[in-house]
Design a binder for this molecule. Sequence first.
Ligand code: 5GP
Length: 240
Amino acid sequence: MSQEFIIKIIPHSTFVIPNSFIPLHLKSIKNLSNMNFLEEKILTDGVIKQGNILKVDNFLNHQIEIDIMRQMAYEFKRRFKGVEVNKVLTIEASGIAIATLLGDLYDVPVVFAKKSETANSTDDKYMSQAYSFTHKQMNNVFISRPYLNEGEKVLIVDDFLADGQAMHALIDLVHQAGGEVAGIGIAIEKGQQAGGKTLREEGYHLESIAIIDTMDWETQTIRFRKQPEIKLGKTNLKAI
Ligand code: 5GP
């Protein structure tokens, strides 16, 4: 029997929602077990856009909801338990918030790769390239040399994993510096695109908190891959 489930997303833009009001569609998912906090948040606040894009601007990509970021940081720490991490790496801009909270938990520096549209001098930089799924263009991705070092064990995190272009560029940068990829943490993996499968086949320890197997713009439906249930509730970074 399939362990997956389909839920209908009602775009939040169709509601006028005062802050204290729990949207009706959220009530309908409250009884469902097997959902983690991020999947619930996606159902509550996500909007599926044409072109296989999930918009999560109100908690992840534009406005940042700190408690969700904290919960993700805790969850990555739990999933990478026992893994040595000397640095957390992400790519600008949306990965920075999660990376910062995770860096706080590990008490290690956080580095974000920068993007540029033109090829600059590569003298003091590690440079790679990634095709942007959302902007449909090739980006140079770079990190100044002093911020990635030989022998460092680097945990890479990002908001989305789709075709894996951004992630492969980050991995390339770590390898150019002589570092080691300790693991890869993704908030939302789009499982219908090849990135996750490829990275797992390449042997990376990849953990995605929510994995979307299918989503449909016309019906606003989304199918999550079965994940362990994680109900973290409110968190307090200073408490551990
Ligand atoms: P990839 O490089 O794996 O093809 O795509 C990952 C990057 O594209 C992420 O850093 C993210 O910024 C962006 N991205 C891919 N799919 C989506 C999506 O459905 N929604 C949003 N908001 N960003 C996406």
